[in-house]
Design a protein around this ligand. Structure first.
Ligand code: GLA
Length: 420
């Protein structure tokens, strides 16, 4: 197995061929984004705390720091659609909605930076944004220049009202990425064009995406329900063989935002989304009002071990390995590698609704785990009888309906003791 430093060296050597050459997002981006929770709320009289405005962003930026999210690794704060005025200025430049962003975007980015966070923004490749604000079409150069002058660190480029063919999209997005690089400012580049083709059965070329973008939305938007999470997971697992080869440091598939802290997920489902997003090495972009997140949900969002699985520097994608009695078994190889065997994160995700914590047994050998000295097991969310498990042994877990059990199996070496 290649070490990460070797992988990075290979990437650098073939920089222009295989990798997007901005050196960013070497682990899945972590942050906060407005869209899922705050949508396109522009009426600040009716929704004073929720409207897309500098007040909202500043308040959430403050909370990112004071509530420990920045320390836990969440660093980008991204304003999605609906921040703009409906018209460009007389020079053709984008401008923010004046009442909601009275000090302009540069001042807001400065504020976010002063908190030690990074600032992200949304635009759209076509003539309009999805919510009907000015798009970048025929304004790509001036918009890139504007974003760089505002000191933007992350841009989500959506694809409403755009070209109808994949090749035109590829060409346009690649060009935009090159312009971003030319600004000399490190800007994480999130692309959305697959999400406008895959749902219609047209497969995107992920080799092109991996060279052009740091991350990309593949599929439908997430909404605030467990059904949405499971639909997204179904699509990603069905397509994992096609997607996973292009997923890794600097270039990530993006199943969309985390719902935790909102209205639609139970406590078990919140753990489940976080665990499986960690295993998938998905970007961890919260979209919630950080002032109302319950302590137990905050503990999930800030769980160090879950985040470590997601941020593992190998950046290997998770796979749905098998489904046993409606319980999906997801796996992701992570560090450390001991005597040639990876540590493995295993998530048991229940698709059951029949009311009780269902028991499931899986042999380690069926999961492809054959380290001769066995594995030391740790349970990320709960206690588990500590022991060494060998490939002939059976793991028995109980999974709550639409819940998860997340385990880490570290290959034992002579030096590792089982911790009782
Ligand atoms: C699309 C995207 C969403 C969000 C909205 C904004 O639907 O997929 O994530 O950016 O547009 O209008």
């Amino acid at each position: 197995m290649l070490s990460i430093s070797v992988l990075i060296t290979i990437c650098l050597k073939f920089w222009t061929v295989e990798c997007l050459n901005n050196g960013l997002a070497l682990t899945p981006p972590m942050g906060w984004m407005t869209w899922e929770r705050f949508r396109c709320i522009t009426d600040c009289e009716l929704y004073p705390n929720d409207c897309i405005s500098e007040k909202l962003i500043k308040r959430q930026a403050d909370l990112m720091v004071s509530e420990g999210y920045l320390k836990a690794g969440y660093e980008y704060i991204v304003v999605d659609d609906c921040w703009m005025d409906k018209e460009r200025d007389s020079d053709g430049r984008l401008k923010p909605a004046p009442k909601r962003f009275p000090n302009g975007i540069k001042a807001l980015a400065d504020y976010v930076h002063s908190k030690g966070l990074k600032f992200g923004i949304y635009e759209n490749f076509g003539t309009y944004t999805c919510a009907g604000y000015p798009g970048m079409f025929e304004h790509v150069e001036i918009d890139v220049e504007t974003f760089a002058s505002w000191e933007v660190d992350y841009i989500k480029v959506d694809a409403c009202y755009s070209y109808k063919t994949l090749s035109a999209m590829e060409e346009g997005y690649i060009h935009l990425g090159q312009l971003l690089n030319k600004t000399g400012r490190p800007i994480v580049y999130s692309c959305s064009w697959p999400a406008y083709f895959e749902p219609f059965g047209i497969q995107a070329n992920y080799s092109v995406l991996a060279k052009a973008c740091n991350l990309w939305r593949n599929w439908d938007d997430i909404d605030d329900s467990w059904g949405n999470v499971t639909n997204i997971l179904k699509w990603f697992s069905k397509n994992q063989d096609r997607l996973n080869p292009y997923h890794g440091p600097g270039h990530w598939n993006d199943p969309d935002m985390l719902l935790l802290g909102n209205f639609g997920l139970s406590y078990d489902q919140s753990k489940a989304q976080m665990a499986i997003w960690a295993i998938m090495a998905a970007p961890l972009l919260m979209s919630t009002d950080l002032s109302t997140v319950e302590p137990r949900i905050k503990n999930i969002l800030q769980n160090k071990e879950v985040i470590a699985i997601n941020q593992d520097s190998l950046g290997m994608p998770g796979v749905l390995k098998m489904t046993v009695k409606k319980i999906d078994v997801w796996m992701k190889p992570i560090l450390p590698i001991v005597e040639g065997s990876h540590t493995i994160a295993v998530g048991f995700l229940s698709n059951r609704i029949d009311g009780y914590p269902y028991k499931v047994d899986v042999r380690l050998s069926d999961l492809g785990l054959h380290h001769p000295r066995g594995y030391v097991l740790s349970n990320i969310f709960d206690t588990f009888e500590p022991n060494i498990y060998y490939s002939v042994d059976t793991l028995t877990v109980k999974v709550n309906p639409s819940g998860v059990v997340l385990l880490k199996l570290t290959p034992a070496s002579e030096e590792i003791d089982v911790y009782y």
